[in-house]
Design a protein around this ligand. Structure first.
Ligand code: 9MR
Length: 572
C-alpha cells in the first residue's frame, strides 16, 4: 500500500534551495537523538549530524525528531537523507527549484477558464477542451443567465471567469479573493523590483505577447467576469454583485464543462460579494493603470459603485442553506469585507471618505485581523492590513507603523506555532479544516510580507518551510501539489481531470494544490476511509473526497503567490 512505502524521513519532496532552510522530520519511536546523513546522487555522505527529539506531536499523533541540514549549501539532484536506517525519497537542492512551480501554479487559472476553449498548443492535447458555458448545446450557458425565482425578472450575460474548483460554479466571494491574490503577487514582485519574471510571455496563455504582463492578463479574465456580475444601474440592488452563478442541480462526475446540460441560475446579490468586487476592482484600478488606463478606469468605477451599493445594503447575507447545485459561500459577518474594500479603495484613490471607513472600522485596530486560522474567503480583514502596510498611503505615521507592526506580530505567531511542532505548520492543532492547505499557504504570504517590511530573514525561512510542509514534510509524507514530489496528489476532485474515473481523461495538471487535511470528514469517502484519523492526517488522494482533495482557485492562488516568491533569487 502507499502508506507502507511512505518513508519515515519526511522531506520537501521537490527539494530545497541552496540558500534556504533545509530540515526534515523523522517519525520514530526513538527518544534519543539519532544520527542523520545526507548523501549525494553517487551515495557519498556530504553532511551528517544529530537529530533533535521533539516528542509527541498532537496534530499528527506521531512521535517526531527534526534533522537540520541547512548548513549544507551544495546543489545537485537526487540527494537522500537517511536516519536510523530509513532513507527519504530522493530530492534536489538547486536555486532553480521553484521556477517550474511558479508557472505551473499560475497556469492553473488558464485551465480553469470558463467561456473559452483551452488551447492544445498552450496546454497540450490532454488538457485542451472546448469552451464551456457559452450557450452551445447541451450547455444552457452563461451568456444569458436568468435569476433564480424571487431574485429578479431578467437575465444577464455573465460569461467568462474561472470555474471555482472541481465544480462549474462561479462565486464572487471566492473569485474576488483569488483575483486579489493573483494581482497581489504581481504587485509585491514589482515592489521588490522583481517584475521581470512576471512580465509578458511568461505564461502559456492566449494573451502572451500582448505587451501586458501575463499574470495581469490572467487576472483580467476573472475581473471581467466579476464586473459582469454587478447589478445594472436601472435595477433593484443596483451596483451590488450577484453572489454566484451555478447549476440548478449538482452534476455528476466526470463531466467536462461543455457537457454540462444543467440550467444556470444567478443567485441573489449579497453584501459580501459586492465588497469582494469592490476590493478586487479597486486593486485592479491601481495595478492595471500603467498598462491599460481605460481598464483601470472601468475597474475603479465598478469598485466605487459597489462600495456605495454595499453601504446602502449593508446586511444582505448569503445563507449557508443555499447549497443546491453549488457551494453556499454563506457569510453573515461582513465587517471584515467592508474593511478590506475600504482599504483597497483608499490605497488606490487616497479619498478621505474611504480613509474614514478604514480608520472607523473596528478591524483597523483589532488584534484578530490576522486570525490564527489564516485569512480566507470569509475572513478578509488581513488582506486590508496587507495592502495598508505595503501600498504607500497618507495614514498618520503612527497608524501606518502600527499596521506594519501588526503584520510582523502575526508572522511571529505563525513562526512560533510552526516552531513548536514537529512539522512546519503555521496552523494551530485545530486548524485542519476544509481547505487547510489554502489557509497555510496564506499564512506563508503573511510571513513573506513581514520579511519584506522588517528585513528579518527568519520570515523567509518560515515561508519556505511552509512550502516544505505542502510538498511532503507532513504527517502523511504527501506532496499536496500534483507533479511535484515522489508521492504527490494526482486524483484531486475535478470533473474534467478525472483520470481516476475515466482513463481517457487526464490527471490534474502539474501545480494543482489539494485542499488538504480536514478533520471534519465532510464527504462520503473521507467518512469511510479516514475514520479515527489524527487531524493532520485526515486526507485521502481520492477523487471522491471533495472535502480533503478538491482543487480551488482560492487555494492555488496563494500557492502561486508563494511559488513566485520562492523562485526569486535573493541576490538578483
Ligand atoms: O472552501 C469552502 C469551504 O470553506 C467550505 O467549508 C466548503 C463547504 O461549504 O465549501 C468550500 O468551497 C467549495 C464550494 O462550496 C463549491 N466549490 C468547491 C469549493 C472547494 O471545495
Amino acid at each position: 500500500s502507499p502508506a507502507a512505502a511512505t518513508s519515515a524521513v519526511r522531506v520537501n519532496q521537490a527539494g530545497y534551495l541552496p540558500d534556504g532552510p533545509k530540515r526534515a522530520t523523522v517519525v520514530t519511536t526513538a527518544t534519543q537523538s539519532l544520527t542523520w546523513q545526507l548523501r549525494d546522487a553517487s551515495g557519498k555522505v556530504v553532511a551528517s549530524g544529530a537529530t533533535v527529539p521533539r516528542g509527541a506531536d498532537a496534530p499528527s499523533g506521531q512521535s517526531l525528531q527534526v534533522a537540520d541540514f541547512s548548513s549544507y549549501q551544495g546543489s545537485g539532484a537526487d540527494y537522500v537523507l537517511s536516519v536510523d536506517g530509513s532513507g527519504s525519497v530522493p530530492f534536489d537542492i538547486r536555486a532553480t527549484l521553484y521556477d517550474g512551480l511558479r508557472s505551473d501554479a499560475m497556469a492553473f487559472f488558464y485551465h480553469q477558464r470558463s467561456g473559452t476553449p483551452i488551447d492544445a498548443s498552450l496546454v497540450g492535447s490532454d488538457y485542451s477542451r472546448p469552451a464551456g458555458h457559452l450557450g452551445v448545446a447541451p450547455n444552457k450557458g452563461d451568456t444569458s443567465v436568468p435569476c433564480q425565482a424571487t431574485v429578479c425578472d431578467y437575465a444577464r450575460d455573465v460569461r467568462g471567469g474561472w470555474y471555482d474548483a472541481g465544480d462549474h460554479g462561479k462565486y464572487v466571494v471566492n473569485g474576488g479573493i483569488s483575483t486579489w491574490l493573483v494581482v497581489n503577487s504581481f504587485e509585491r514582485a514589482k515592489r521588490a523590483g522583481k517584475d521581470a519574471p512576471l512580465g509578458d510571455s511568461t505564461l502559456r496563455i492566449p494573451e502572451r505577447d500582448n505587451g501586458v504582463p501575463d499574470v495581469l492578463d490572467e487576472a483580467r479574465w476573472e475581473l471581467d467576469f466579476l464586473m459582469r456580475m454587478q447589478v445594472p444601474e436601472t435595477k433593484p440592488y443596483a451596483g451590488m454583485a450577484f453572489h454566484k452563478v451555478h447549476d440548478a442541480q449538482w452534476t455528476g462526475m466526470p463531466m467536462r464543462p461543455e457537457q454540462d446540460a444543467q440550467p444556470r441560475e444567478l443567485h441573489r446579490p449579497s453584501t459580501a460579494a459586492t465588497l469582494n468586487l469592490a476590493a478586487a476592482a479597486a486593486q485592479c484600478a491601481r495595478v492595471f493603470r500603467p498598462y491599460d488606463a481605460a481598464f483601470a478606469d472601468r475597474c475603479l468605477s465598478a469598485a466605487r459603485r459597489a462600495w456605495t451599493a454595499a453601504r446602502a445594503n449593508p446586511d444582505v447575507y448569503a445563507p449557508d442553506s443555499d447549497s443546491t447545485g453549488g457551494g453556499a459561500y454563506g457569510d453573515t459577518k461582513v465587517s471584515d469585507e467592508f474593511y478590506w474594500a475600504a482599504a483597497e479603495l483608499y490605497a488606490t484613490t487616497g479619498d478621505g471618505g474611504y480613509r474614514e471607513a478604514v480608520t472607523d472600522s473596528s478591524w483597523h485596530t483589532s488584534p484578530t485581523a490576522f486570525s490564527d486560522y489564516g485569512f480566507g474567503w470569509a475572513d478578509t480583514a488581513a488582506l486590508g492590513r496587507l495592502t495598508l502596510a505595503t501600498v504607500p498611503n497618507d495614514l498618520p505615521a503612527a497608524d501606518r507603523d502600527r499596521v506594519r507592526a501588526s503584520v510582523a506580530t502575526a508572522a511571529d505567531g505563525y513562526l512560533s506555532r510552526a516552531a513548536a511542532q514537529g512539522y512546519p505548520v503555521p496552523a494551530p492543532a485545530d486548524g485542519y479544516f476544509w481547505g487547510s492547505n489554502g489557509a497555510v499557504a496564506g499564512d506563508a504570504i503573511v510571513l513573506a510580507v513581514a520579511g519584506e517590511l522588517t528585513g528579518d530573514k527568519r520570515y523567509r525561512t518560515g515561508a519556505l518551510e511552509t512550502m516544505d510542509y505542502l510538498l511532503g514534510r507532513n504527517a502523511i509524507g504527501q506532496s499536496y501539489v500534483s507533479g511535484y514530489g515522489t508521492t504527490s496528489s494526482r486524483n484531486q476532485h475535478h470533473r474534467f481531470w478525472a483520470h481516476q474515473l475515466d482513463a481517457s481523461l487526464p490527471n490534474p495538471p502539474a501545480g494543482s494544490l489539494a485542499g488538504g487535511p480536514n478533520s471534519g470528514l465532510q464527504d462520503p469517502v473521507a467518512e469511510e476511509k479516514l475514520t479515527g484519523c489524527a487531524p493532520a492526517a485526515c486526507y485521502i488522494d481520492d477523487i471522491g473526497s471533495y472535502s480533503t482533495n478538491e482543487v480551488a482557485i482560492n487555494w492555488n492562488a496563494p500557492l502561486a503567490w508563494l511559488a513566485a516568491y520562492a523562485a526569486e533569487r535573493t541576490d538578483d
